[in-house]
Design a protein around this ligand. Structure first.
Ligand SMILES: NC(=O)c1ccc[n+]([C@@H]2O[C@H](COP(=O)([O-])OP(=O)(O)OC[C@H]3O[C@@H](n4cnc5c(N)ncnc54)[C@H](O)[C@@H]3O)[C@@H](O)[C@H]2O)c1
Length: 268
């Protein structure tokens, strides 16, 4: 790993207290980036930041952030700039899921998922772009990175609202790439398939609760057997390389793209 690949990048990461956000934060810092870990769970985000600061590489701070609130997104951007001087890259990773069959969706389920996954992403992108525009043009592009999902492109019967929210993340990636190009800001994203994280542990239980699966663990097995080309589920380590690529100068000539890292699920 090149310890200088992300040197000079100051990166805001939402939802960085656990799962893929935490792994990406550690991976970015190991390549020289300074990282601001923004999460609802400040204690856990601080633990990740402490781990980063104990090692060689970039520095980390943690800030309590609810991405559904504009003021919290603005505060997370400000915390990044106060700590590191500027913000060059932001990774909008905070997200959640709560499965429901179509006729069981209610307003609470809709609002919970749409507010975090889509509204939270939009607010974070806007507040970050505001700061980037104020900083003025730099030699390399500013970068916004959106976390989508297999559910950004594939309809899934048990998670209609999650699909709606993640199709929305794909739309935000496309539209913001057009809207922010004049400010030298690129917008790209990546779309995992099934990743072993705390989100999936909860989802696995919820899928039994709504009667979609008979027992815990079955969802993983069924996806591997029936959906994936690469016959295993992934871990955050399978995703971090693509995230780092999108944060690095290697992706400077890309915008409006969402890369699938889903073991081939999207071509099944
Ligand atoms: N795990 C998967 O299989 C999978 C697959 C495709 C896409 N994704 C997406 O990847 C991203 C990360 O998922 P993960 O599996 O690592 O999840 P995770 O549950 O392990 O971590 C998500 C983090 O987001 C934080 N968060 C939730 N609501 C928040 C809010 N309102 N404000 C700030 N932070 C908030 C949580 O506290 C948590 O630390 C999500 O956007 C998810 O939808 C996950």
């Amino acid at each position: 790993m090149d310890p200088n690949r992300l040197k000079g990048k100051n990166i805001l990461i939402t939802g960085a207290a656990q799962g893929m956000g935490a792994t990406n934060a550690e991976h970015f810092a190991a390549q020289g980036a300074n990282v601001c870990l923004a999460d609802l769970d400040l204690d856990k985000a601080q633990e990740v930041a402490d781990r980063v600061n104990d090692r060689a590489g970039g520095k980390a701070i943690a800030v309590r952030t609810d991405v559904t609130q504009r003021a919290d997104n603005a505060a997370a951007v400000k915390a990044t700039v106060d700590a590191f001087g500027t913000i060059n890259v932001a990774l909008f990773n905070a997200g959640l899921n709560k499965p429901r069959f179509f006729m069981d969706i209610d307003e609470d389920n809709w609002d919970l998922i749409m507010n975090v996954n889509t509204r939270g992403m939009w607010l974070g992108m806007q507040e970050t772009a505001k700061q980037m525009i104020a900083q003025g043009k730099q030699d390399f592009p500013y970068k916004l990175i959106c976390v989508g999902s297999i559910a950004s492109r594939k309809p899934l019967v048990d998670v209609t609202v999650y699909c709606t929210s993640k199709y929305g993340c794909l739309a935000l990636t496309h539209c913001a790439a057009l809207g922010l190009a004049e400010h030298n800001i690129t917008v790209n994203g990546y779309a995992p398939g099934v990743v072993k994280t705390p989100l999936w542990e909860q989802l696995d239980k919820d899928l039994v609760d709504i009667g979609f699966k008979e027992k815990e663990g079955q969802a993983f097995d069924d996806i591997v057997d029936n959906e994936l080309v690469i016959k295993r589920v992934s871990t955050p380590d399978d995703v971090k390389g693509t995230a780092a690529f999108l944060a690095s100068p290697d992706s400077d000539y890309m915008t409006g793209q969402m890369i699938h890292i889903d073991g081939g699920w999207c071509i099944q």
